[in-house]
Design a protein around this ligand. Structure first.
Ligand SMILES: NC(=O)c1ccc[n+]([C@@H]2O[C@H](COP(=O)([O-])OP(=O)(O)OC[C@H]3O[C@@H](n4cnc5c(N)ncnc54)[C@H](OP(=O)(O)O)[C@@H]3O)[C@@H](O)[C@H]2O)c1
Length: 274
């Protein structure tokens, strides 16, 4: 039996709002996109779920303003990862929780595919039930850990490390390819596709085994040449290389890099730049 797909209002026409709304509509869900700052006379009279895709700091205020316009049983879900149900005012009078898409929405008109992603859910049973139905409708997997869920600064920091760290390192890598003469679009495509293979490895091979490269092989000579080449081209790239190296080395040790090889890599990393 297919789960009931509730009538939804997505509030906030930014990156997440547009991305979620588009995916829900494509999945056959009756969903309306509503302005966050000026919701106007939005038809919320028969809505079953209100998704707040507004800035974290505006969740309480927007929910309080919209709740009286919704039916009594309407469920409110916000999309913040660092906040749980406590983001809503205790006087809201509606079941309220969090549905955080563990997804990077970078552009309102270029939404990522949600198929196979994870949506973290928190809040009372009614809120999690609604979040589960919507996640499953767009092909995402619900992640539930009771009322509080996994939400909070630690969960959100993990997401930010992986997503924002990857985007920042990709920026540095693209810049280096451009200094070597690659056209920006070709460089972006190359690094994007490379990251896709890393993402596939993380899912299919697992961690820490997804790690590849000279540090994992204990190839201190290549690490030394990397640093010399970057020092000649980009201080920023060398800074990023050195900053991420301890995490790579720690992962390499977890994959089985012997301590003697790790010591050689550490010494290559500590060599003063010429
Ligand atoms: N971007 C991501 O990758 C990502 C991923 C997962 C979760 N999230 C969470 O999703 C939520 C929305 O993030 P976003 O990236 O979509 O932000 P965003 O692109 O800045 O969009 C937020 C939208 O909220 C509305 N808005 C702005 N200021 C407002 C205010 N003071 N009061 C009411 N509405 C306001 C605006 O829509 P209108 O023009 O319609 O007013 C704006 O387009 C946040 O809780 C964020 O933590 C983001």
């Amino acid at each position: 039996m297919t789960a009931h797909r509730p009538k939804v209002a997505v509030v906030g026409r930014g990156r997440v709002g547009r991305g979620l709304h588009g995916a829900l509509v494509a999945a056959g869900v009756d969903a309306e996109l509503v302005g966050g700052r000026r919701p106007g006379r939005a038809a919320l009279g028969d809505v079953e779920v209100v998704i707040l895709a507004v800035p974290d700091g505006a969740i309480g205020e927007v929910a309080a303003a919209l709740a009286p316009r919704t039916p009594e049983g309407a469920v409110f879900l916000h999309c913040a990862g660092s906040l749980g149900a406590e983001a809503f005012p205790p006087t809201l009078g509606r079941p309220a929780g969090a549905m955080h898409p563990l997804v990077s929405f970078a552009h309102p008109k270029k939404p990522p595919s949600l198929a196979g992603t994870t949506f973290a859910l928190a809040g009372p049973a009614a809120a999690r039930r609604a979040g589960r139905a919507l996640a499953e409708a767009v092909g995402a997997r619900p992640l539930e850990r009771g009322v509080d869920g996994v939400h909070g600064p630690a969960y959100h920091a993990a997401a930010a490390l992986a997503a924002n760290g990857a985007a920042a390192l990709a920026t540095v890598a693209v810049e280096v390819l451009e200094t070597l003469g690659a056209r920006p679009k070709a460089a972006r495509r190359a690094v994007g596709a490379l990251l896709r293979t890393v993402a596939e490895n993380v899912e299919r091979v697992g961690v820490p085994d997804a790690l590849t490269g000279p540090v994992m092989r204990g190839d201190a000579g290549t690490v030394r040449r990397h640093r010399e080449a970057l020092a000649a081209r980009s201080e920023a790239a060398l800074g990023a290389y050195d900053a991420i190296a301890p995490a790579i080395l720690r992962t390499a040790r977890a994959v089985g890099l012997p301590e003697a090889s790790a010591r050689a890599v550490r010494s290559a990393l500590q060599r003063k730049r010429k």
